[in-house]
Structure formats: C-alpha cells, structure tokens
Design a protein around this ligand. Structure first.
Ligand code: ADP
Ligand code: MG
Length: 701
C-alpha cells in the first residue's frame, strides 16, 4: 500500500489560490504559456512584485508576511492553469518574485529575529559556494513493522517522517533510492565591501539555493536575492539557532561603488575640494596623518586609489586601469601603518597578511569541509572579493607559493585560477594591489641592487607601476623630527581618550593643537566618497601636451638605456605613466589629462626608478635588474667569466680558478666579484668543478 502524506499546504483550504489564479490569468497569461512551451528546461515563472502590488496589494502584503503559504498557493495556481504543454510531464514550475519593495531590502547586519519566516531582499558578495549537492524533495519511507510505503513531500526544514503507520508503530526506514532529489547549493554571502566603513568587519549569512538557480553564480559575484529567513536545525539541544535564507530569486548586480551613498551636499563638498589649488597636498595630508613624512608614498597611494582608466580595445582586449604599488623597506618604517591607512580610506578594499589574520587568503581556493557537507567548497580570497577595488597585501615576502602564483596571474591577466579535483576554474578579478615587503636580510644594504634584496620573483616585481624603498636611515634631524611627531601624537591621543572616557570637554585651544597635529585635512568618510565619486564619474583622456611630456620622458629613458648599453624601460612603464596621469586628473574631476598631471606621473615614476633600478655599482638606471633579477654589470661580468673559462678550456683540460681570476682582473672584475660570478655560474650549471680549484664549462664550444 502506498500512502502519500499531505504536505503542510492544503490547497483546497487556502483562499489565496483563487486570488493568484485571477492575477496570473489577467497579467501573466502570456508568460505562463511561453514557459509551458519550454518546460521543463525552463521551470521558473519570474513575477514582478510591483505588478502583484498593483493588482492586489493585500495579496502582495500577505506574500511578504507569510511566504510559506503564499508561495505554495502561487505555485498551485500556476499548476492549475489551462495551458498547452509539450511534454507529458506535469507542469509544475517555481514562482519567483523579483523587485520587492524598498523596505524589504535589509542590510545583512540588520537581519534579526523579526524577519524569521518573512520574505526579504538582501545584497552581498559571494564568499563561499559549495558544489551542487542532492537535496531530498519527495522522501519514500518503509514501515519496518508492516512494510507499508509512505511518500512525504519535504520542505527545506528538518526531515519530515510520517507521524504513525496504520499499524500504529512509528519505525521507518528512508529509502533513498526510491526518493526524489533536487539540486542544491549553499552559499555564504558577505556584505558588500563598499558598504563597510573604514576597517569594519563584514557580516555574513548562509543562503540555500536549489533546482534551476544552482550553478548560476560563483565566488566574488555580487548578487541581490530574495528569500525566506529560516532557522537552521541544530544537532544538539541548544537554545540558540543558526539561520539561513532560503532563496526564492537571485540576480547578479553590477560591481560598482553603488553602496557608497553620496548626498547632494556631499557631492557639492567634493566638487569644491576638487577645485582647491592645494587639493593634492590636502589629500596627501589625509593619508595616515599620524605617520610623519613619506609624502611621496602617500601621494602614490592617493593616485592608486583614484586609479587610471580601464580601456577596452577593439576585439575585446582590455588594458588595465589599476595601479599597483610596492613598498619594500626596513622593519618598523610604518609600511603596515600606511597599508592600514589606505585600507581605511579606500571605498572598497581588503587588508591581508601581517599580524591581523582576518581568515581571508589572497587567492580563491577549493577545500573539502563542513560547510560543503563534506564535498568541495569554493572560497573567495581577497583578490576576488576586492575586485573593482584594492587589495592591501602586507608582508608579501612571507606569502605562500600558492598566493604568490595567484598574485602574479591576477596582476598580469586579471584572472585567478583554482584547481579543484584536477579541474581548473578561472575567475575574473579587477583589483589593484598595494603591497609591502621586508628586505631579505631584514635590513637594506645600499650597496646591493634592490632586486637582490627582496625575496620576490623579478617577474612579479616588474608588474608594479611604482616601487618605493623605505630605508631606516640614521639621520639626526629627521630622527628627532619623527620622534617629536610620534611623542606629540601619543600625548594628544591620550588626552583625547581620557576626555572621551570621562565625558570631559577639551579646551578649544587644546583641541586645535591636536587637530593641527594629527587631524586629516579631509575626513576619511568624505575622502572615501570623493574617491568613489571620481572613479564612478570621471574618465579623463590625454591632452596633446600630456602626451608630449610622457613620451619625452619615456623616449629619454630608452635613449639613455641605448647609450649606456642597458635596457631601461618597457612599454609597461609607459602604460604606468598614463595610468598615473589619469589618476591625477581624476583628483580634479577633470575630463582631460593636463600637463600638470603628466608631470606628476613623471615625477613619481622617476623617484620610484631611482629607488629601485639604479645599479649601485654604476649609478645607471637598469631595468634588467627588475626583469631578470641581475644588474647589467653582473650579467656582463658573468658573461665575461664564462667566456674566459670556455676559451681556456679550448686549449687545456686543466683550467684553474686562479688563472680565471687573474684574467678577470684584466677586464676590471675584482677577485671577490669574479669569485661570486663563478659561484653563481656553477650554481646555474653553466660551469662545473671537476676537482677542487679547477673549472670546466658545461659544454665546450
Ligand atoms: P613596518 O610594517 O614597516 O614594519 P609598522 O607599520 O608596524 O612598520 O610601524 C611600526 C611603528 O613605528 C608604528 O607604531 C608606527 O606608527 C611607528 N612609526 C614608524 N615610522 C613612523 C613615522 N615616520 N611617523 C610616525 N610613526 C612611525
Ligand atoms: Mg609590517
């Protein structure tokens, strides 16, 4: 005997079925007929909520308040309509509502118990997503005493068994093979980063999606969805429940800065600021005001946050507008502080690495875990979540190999690849990088080329538009200035804290003195909006004059390289110059990149090059150092040594290290250097030592 248990919903008792029927007949008849033609490939009827509201606002209200019953009623109503279907299969589509009223759009952090069982709309970015899993829909049970079979329709809550068998026992076995399943996927949704202020931590919520909604979205996607807030069954007898949203409708939304709300007055303030002749100084003064000096780095950070303009070329190729900045420096020179400061004013950003482990990695990863019910879960890292914004990557040198590869790919191609069970999935990312790293030997040595002192692959380093080397130099005047700044900052901070704690008011003069010292020229809140506004609305193009300045500087660099026999700059540097000038124009909300913008870009690039690609042995600017990790003189030197050994090996099979060192001297290579080069050539396998004190080239030619 087979008994089908009634579901919770009793259609004949619900007054809503006929109401929905009238609504569908008069407003959605055509859509339903079309859907029936392509059923079951397409199996959702999408209904604009505002249409329902117009037709019967009481019904619409009831849907929001009691979605469990009303969604069933709506589906029952569609099912009962007289439409021609192609397949034999029963026409039983989902009904999904979009465009819910504004007051149903709830911020993730504001979701509370009062929303339980209600239909709400939320927006967020997907942080984790599971593989598609089977979810029980129609469960088949067998009574262990008499063998009766029961079919029970499941909802998303707990497993529902028949109450009692007709033999008065309650002892069933679930027959999975005779049950029906639908596709299911679990998502962890996180608040959009641009909705967070400063360094706030984002809230998350789990979302369950099923059937035709699965596999529509992935990590890093920003989505808006509506659904019913439910309690998650807990395994133990706890009084506190988890919660999740059962999704009814979802759609991808644009990944802009829409969450940053800018009022008319604020826009006016921003436009005023942009006209201020001292705006660049004000902006620089607003980045980490408690940090003394480092103006050029702060200027670079400002331009990075405003960003260059992304270009789309015919044939769908694109050139990145993101500006990447690398800070390498001695410990304790405020690198981390600068990154944190940038994070607090960026409209959309994530800080990773260093001491504050937020649990977010850099790249996306696939793991098997509890969230995925034992199956695969795809987890988004910072580069994916901050897409469209900036990632602050601290202590880059301590990064694991996986993240390093990801960073490389992200900066080079604007994608991230994730390997999962042997299959590679690729994501688009569009993130600018502000990175900091310590030198290899913990302290900089001014006599060794930059690239040899950072533990980063040269190909990665060469992706940055600007690099700064921050050295902790002993300098009496500067030291005392910094010391006084730090001490006065601490003093002021303590005063403010005490006043706040005790509810006291500071004297006006005291407050002014503090403001003078550490208050940013522009409040962080307004600055975030300023940056978001500029990025969203201003897309400057190069003027003739700007082109001339950039081109002169670039050609000059290449010319000098040619004369000096070094390789100085690549087209990547040229593109970097353009991006920086565009960012500079954006600060003024100017549609045109003017001379002053190009000059600012040139000044920054020149300063950055001076730090990084100057060969300490010759004082020449040398890009080989960045591209290959070796200085030009070093490459030359190694080449010379190799040639010497090869020549000697032609005439003798006993080439001593001693005679090679002697000969190297005639090429102006000192013993010590020559020894270094020999060691390096041996390490690379170009030379080998047949016996102690002897050398042979790996191949004699
Ligand atoms: P890093 O990341 O480079 O190792 P941190 O950012 O952790 O250094 O800075 C170490 C400390 O020194 C911080 O408390 C910072 O405020 C202080 N500090 C370093 N340089 C300066 C400076 N120029 N002005 C003010 N404070 C500084
Ligand atoms: Mg640090």
């Amino acid at each position: 005997m087979v008994v089908v248990e009634k579901s919770d919903f009793e259609a004949d008792k619900s007054p809503f079925v006929s109401k929905f029927q009238r609504f569908f007949e008069s407003v959605y008849k055509k859509e339903i007929e079309k859907l029936a033609e392509s059923y079951p490939e397409k199996r959702s009827l999408l209904v604009d909520f505002s249409e329902l509201e117009k037709f019967d606002f009481k019904l619409a209200d009831a849907l929001l308040e009691n979605p469990d019953e009303l969604l069933s009623a709506a589906e029952f109503a569609v099912e009962g309509m007289d439409v021609p279907t192609l397949e034999e299969e029963r026409f039983k589509p989902h009904v999904r509502f979009f465009n819910l009223p504004e007051d149903r759009k709830i911020l993730l952090r504001n979701i509370g118990s009062k929303h339980l069982g209600k239909l709400i709309t939320i927006e967020g970015i997907i942080k984790q997503i599971t593989d598609v899993l089977p979810q029980l829909k129609m469960a088949t049970f067998r009574c262990n005493r008499c063998g009766n079979i029961y079919r029970v329709l499941q909802s998303s809550k707990q497993l529902k068994q028949p109450d009692f068998c007709s033999c008065h026992h309650r002892d069933f076995t679930l027959l999975t093979e005779d049950s029906d399943f639908i596709d299911f996927q679990k998502i962890q949704l996180q608040e959009p980063l641009e909705a967070l202020k400063g360094n706030e931590q984002p809230t998350t919520i789990d979302v369950y999606i099923n059937d035709d909604l699965v596999n529509q979205v992935s990590v890093g996607d920003k989505i808006e969805l509506s659904g019913i807030l439910r309690l998650r069954p807990t395994k133990n007898q706890s009084l506190v429940f988890g919660r999740f949203l059962e999704c009814n409708f979802l759609e991808e939304t644009a990944r802009g800065f829409e969450e940053v709300e800018i009022t008319k007055e604020e826009e006016q303030q921003i436009r005023e600021l942009a006209k201020d002749p001292a705006i660049y100084e004000k902006l620089i003064g607003s980045v980490a005001p408690a940090i003394y000096g480092h103006e050029i780095v702060k200027e670079a950070i400002i331009l990075q946050l405003f960003g260059g303009v992304k270009k789309i070329l015919p044939g769908n190729q694109s050139i990145r507008g993101n500006i990447h900045v690398l800070l390498v420096g001695d410990p304790g020179v405020a690198k981390s502080q600068l990154l944190q400061a940038a994070n607090s004013i960026a409209p959309k950003s994530i800080y990773v690495g260093g001491k504050t482990t937020t649990g977010v990695g850099l790249t996306a990863t696939a793991v098997k875990d509890e969230f995925g019910e034992g199956g695969w879960t795809l987890k988004a890292g910072a580069l994916v979540l901050a897409s469209g914004g900036t990632t602050m990557a601290d202590e880059l040198d301590k990064m694991n190999a996986e993240d390093r590869t990801a960073l490389h790919e992200c900066m080079e191609q604007g994608t991230i690849s994730v390997a999962k069970a042997g299959i590679i999935t690729r994501f688009k990312t569009d993130t600018s990088i502000l990175a900091a790293a310590n030198p290899k030997l913990s302290r900089f040595d001014p006599y060794t080329p930059f690239i040899e002192q950072v533990d980063l692959p040269p190909t990665l380093v060469s992706r940055f538009d600007l690099f700064f080397m921050i050295r902790d130099v002993l300098d009496r005047t500067r030291d005392s200035e910094i010391a006084s700044h730090i001490l006065r900052t601490h003093q002021a901070g303590a005063k403010l804290f005490k006043a706040r704690l005790k509810g006291e008011k500071l004297k006006k003069s005291e407050l002014e003195a503090i403001n003078e010292l550490v208050a940013p020229a522009i409040e962080p809140e307004l600055l975030r909006k300023y940056i978001a506004f500029a990025r969203q609305n201003v897309f400057p193009t190069l003027s003739k004059e700007a082109i001339e300045i950039i081109s002169d500087f670039y050609v000059g660099l290449r010319e000098r390289g040619k004369e000096e026999g070094t390789y100085t700059a690549t087209h990547r540097q040229l593109e970097g110059l353009v991006r920086l000038s565009e960012a500079s124009a954006r600060v003024r909300l100017s549609d045109i990149v003017e001379e002053q913008d190009a000059e600012r870009a040139v000044r920054l690039v020149r300063s950055s090059l001076k730090d990084v690609v100057t060969d300490p042995e010759t004082g020449k600017i040398d890009f080989d150092m960045v591209l290959t990790g070796k200085t030009h003189t070093k490459i030359e030197g190694m080449r010379t040594i190799l040639r010497i050994v090869k020549e000697k090996a032609q005439v003798s099979d006993r080439v001593t290290v001693e005679e090679v060192l002697e000969e190297a001297k005639t090429f102006n290579i000192e013993r010590e250097k020559a020894n270094d080069y020999i060691n390096e050539l041996v390490k690379k396998g170009d030379l080998y030592r047949p016996r102690h004190g002897l050398l042979m080239p790996a191949e004699v030619k």
